[in-house]
Design a protein around this ligand. Structure first.
Ligand SMILES: [Zn+2]
Length: 190
């Protein structure tokens, strides 16, 4: 049996250095596309952005970005609407996404045979524990958040490495132009 994949760190990410309780040092070089909107945001924030403060736009920008990404990825909202019945059995209703994201705490829910839970918090994808191809439903109990590596690993365990490789090759052949669909989501039978 193939062993479970290691945690994958995003490329180019440098971990901030802890300096003191709740204080971290992070140094980076900005390019023009980052510098210009930072300056513009400072101008627009006006009095909310006192001189001498550490990059004051950073906190606001990150809050907005996190809210946007949570909405996009986990259907997070302050005003949930009742979900409509999905037309595709693969469709995961927004209410299920929200409940799964809250339960799994934005962390990969894969647990190894030794009982260790994966620590990955990035490249997370919704995974049907019992695959749709085998009658799995999009319910909170049957859906979990897993990192891309563990999504592929689970699919290989379920359907076999050879089957998944042939699916990947098929997808590369038929959909070379589709770049915005997360690879594991686009390829796995789910
Ligand atoms: Zn994982």
């Amino acid at each position: 049996m193939k062993s479970s994949p290691e945690k994958i760190e995003p490329r180019g990410w440098v971990e901030p250095k802890p300096l003191a309780p709740q204080r971290y040092a992070y140094q980076c070089t900005l390019d023009q596309e980052e510098y210009d909107p930072m300056q513009r945001a400072r101008e627009l924030m006006g009095h909310q952005s006192p001189a001498g403060d550490r990059p004051p736009v950073l906190k606001s920008a990150l809050r907005l970005l996190v809210a946007h990404l949570e909405k996009q990825k986990y259907a997070a909202t302050d005003c949930p609407r009742p979900s409509k019945p999905g037309t595709s059995p693969r469709h995961i209703p927004a209410a299920v996404k929200r409940a799964v994201a809250a339960r799994d705490g934005g962390r990969c829910a894969f647990v190894s045979e030794a009982g260790q839970r994966c620590t990955a918090r990035h490249t997370l994808e919704f995974d049907h524990i019992q695959p749709v191809a085998r009658g799995g439903q999009a319910t909170v109990e049957n859906v979990r958040l897993v990192c891309r590596g563990h999504n592929q690993y689970a699919a290989e365990q379920e359907f076999g490495v050879e089957f998944m490789e042939s699916k990947r090759a098929e997808a590369r052949h038929w959909r070379p132009h589709v770049s915005h669909v997360p690879r594991a989501l686009a390829l796995r039978p789910s």
